[in-house]
Design a protein. Structure first.
Length: 340
């Protein structure tokens, strides 16, 4: 291996810290950088020579990174650049932060190295749920009956056609900031008769509305290159997680390794590839009558809790990818996991 691995993420990212330790044990040189530190705590240089040669360098308070010598760029969970604190005017700050975001986004896309989960700009598109549903349907996944609208009448008609058995969820992030600096969360919610009294409020913004899908178990399918790791989340064993396992009830929610049908395994790999990614965390439902229903894919989904609960070697597969482009070493290839 030559070069370094640059990880773009926010502080206190336990997944990045865990991976950094594993990679260091294999001899990798890992640099963790949060773009929010630019430009107050970091310098980026790009020089263009008449010969056509380009040099790209990142300098932090502790490291100098030759960006053109990177082995891999892992866009984990970075924050956006923040204007230097000496700039107080809010209008100027907003303008400069747009400039900073455009510059750094273009920079990351220029780099000629493995990009995990994928190129910076592609990640923005890959996370859009409406496009995910359209692609999943084309690839043969069964998807829930879905409506995205800001028309209250369309919403009420959908509610009546499904006899009130519908859920709603946000288009993008399930967390939103409040004025006091705290976050409010809204996950997948079953629509109650009381909610119908507020149906007119949907005119302010579109929302994803889906027919409720009965669950035997929920599945988190983690795709790393062409390696597929499927885990069962027994969310129906706890009222707390019945409608969305992301409410987490570790004491009551069992996890287990799941064997996907071969054609579904291949379809999951293809979905990730079609999105321009090399990694993705796919959420499926296994219904009581044995159907697999696609919900969504997170290009940067968490995996450590699944690994700890099931023993699936997801971190080792990610190490393989970051070091060797996804090809396991002979010793690691002896391990057992589902593969496409």
């Amino acid at each position: 291996m030559s070069g370094e691995i640059l990880v773009l993420t926010q502080p206190d990212d336990t997944h990045a810290s865990h991976m950094s330790e594993l990679l260091a044990r294999r001899g990798a040189d890992v640099v963790i950088f949060d773009p929010e530190d630019y430009p107050a705590k970091a310098v980026i240089d790009i020089s263009y020579e008449p010969s056509g040669q380009v040099r790209r360098t990142l300098r932090t308070e502790s490291r100098r990174v030759d960006l053109d010598g990177l082995t891999a760029l892992w866009t984990r969970r970075p924050q956006s650049p923040v204007c230097h604190p000496e700039i107080a005017d809010p209008v100027t700050r907003a303008h400069l932060e747009k400039e900073l975001a455009i510059f750094t986004g273009d920079l990351w896309n220029q780099l000629d190295c493995l990009m995990v989960p994928g190129p910076f700009e592609i990640l923005k598109i890959a996370g859009r749920k409406p496009s995910q549903l359209a692609l999943a349907g084309r690839l043969g996944f069964e998807c829930p009956s879905t409506l995205i609208t800001n028309d209250p009448d369309e919403f009420l008609d959908f509610y009546n056609r499904h006899e009130g058995r519908i859920i709603t969820k946000p288009l993008h992030m399930p967390w939103a900031p409040k004025n006091d600096g705290e976050n409010v969360s809204r996950l997948s919610e079953l629509v109650s008769p009381r909610d119908i009294g507020y149906a007119d409020a949907i005119r302010f913004a579109p929302m994803i509305i889906q027919g409720y899908v009965p669950k035997q178990v929920e599945l988190r399918v983690t795709v790393v290159g062409d390696r597929v790791f499927a885990a069962e989340i027994h969310s129906q064993e706890s009222n707390h997680t019945r409608f969305d396992w992301r409410r987490y009830d570790s004491a009551m929610t069992r996890h287990a390794v799941h064997e996907l049908p071969p054609e579904l395994t291949e379809r999951c790999v293809r979905l990730v590839r079609e999105l321009g990614l090399v990694y993705g965390a796919i959420d499926l439902i296994l219904t009581p009558d044995g159907r697999y229903v696609f919900l969504e894919i997170n290009p940067n989904g968490q995996w450590l809790w699944i690994e700890e609960a099931t023993g699936l070697p997801i971190s080792e597969a990610l190490c393989d990818m970051l070091l060797h482009g996804g090809t396991p070493t002979p010793k690691e290839a002896d391990g057992a996991e589902s593969r496409a």
